[in-house]
Design a protein around this ligand. Sequence first.
Ligand SMILES: *Cc1c(COP(=O)(O)O)cnc(C)c1O
Length: 404
Amino acid sequence: MLDIDKIRSEFPILKRVVNGKPLVYFDNAATSQTPQVVIDAIVDYYANYNANIHRGVHTLSQEATDKYEEARLKIRKHFNAKKSHEIIFTSGTTHSINIIATGFTSLLNKDDEIIVSALEHHSNIVPWQMLCDRTGAILKVIPMNEEGELVLSEYDNLLSNKTKLVFVNHISNALGTINPIEEIIEKAHAVGAAILIDGAQACPHIKPDVQKLNVDFYVASAHKIYGPTGVGMLYGKEEWLNKLPPYQGGGEMIKEVTFEKTTYADLPHKFEAGTPNICGGIAFGVALDYANAIGFDTIEKREMELLKYGTEKLLEIEGLKIYGTSKNKTAVISFNIDKIHPYDIGTIVDKLGVAVRTGHHCAQPIMDFYKIPGTVRASFSFYNTKEEIDVLVSAVKKAKMMLN
Ligand SMILES: *Cc1c(COP(=O)(O)O)cnc(C)c1O
């Protein structure tokens, strides 16, 4: 069981007052909040051992290098990668995806096919469109149904020996749908395609095992897993990372440089040009320690309770429609009321201290599917409470009264 008062006291931001009201933070799918231990790790780095890593012989540089590499080991362990050099530090999910999309330029031919899903975030659509422009490859889309689930029978029809790459998110950020990635991965491999899973939205709730999933690439951002912004990870199977060319040229990623020829460094450094977000990487490791100490089973159980309660309470409001009604979903509730614009609801509930997201959630194709401009999205984390959901519900009722 979760000692919720203790947990909440570990997140200093949850004590904030917004517009004269206690903050109710329901925008966890955009970024999660950061516990004090993670904030302390950031302060400790800058106060005590801020130095550039890998190149220095001096003590501070070695301390920083050790902590940074220790964080890589924590990430390896968390995701159960076979080797620590299969974990690449990046600036986040978007950066990780772009490393792969750019890398595949030399591996694809005209008329090869890439499959994505209708539930993708823009950061998972645009890099593949750009890759298709460069290579003449063709983008195919697994469609979705009214519940916000992928139609897997259509996926079967899209797969062929022309398929070279499949890209699907683990959990949809706009609707919360948990996609059946085990099956999607297996089917991609059956036609010889590589598969990349975007775990940005899954990792706050689920602990993925990349070896068990047998996935080729898996990506995530620290800031959605109780860590800082500007840092993330790319897991890739060693043989794939060796096949892909480096993304950026610069310091750290080379073995030897002359004006005639440069040889690249071994993994993981081949993909880590320049001075990285050292402090962010270390804090990412601390955030994973924090979440693992609570336990992902406990986190999931608590969030499912909040989802059930929130769904029931919100549906009591007349005219409220929830988008994304899969039985397999995380604690994300995307909704609209009658013809009221989501932005107007978001603005009014903010006046009452409630932070929700409004708009297309970087997933315009999903909004087009439902023929709506966007939704109001309330996304819960384990540190939220039923009392906070009551505040949301009464704020939404008030907004409805004012806007109708
Ligand atoms: C947030 C998110 C991204 C983008 O992550 P960044 O940290 O902004 O790079 C990609 N995909 C999904 C599903 C997301 O939720």
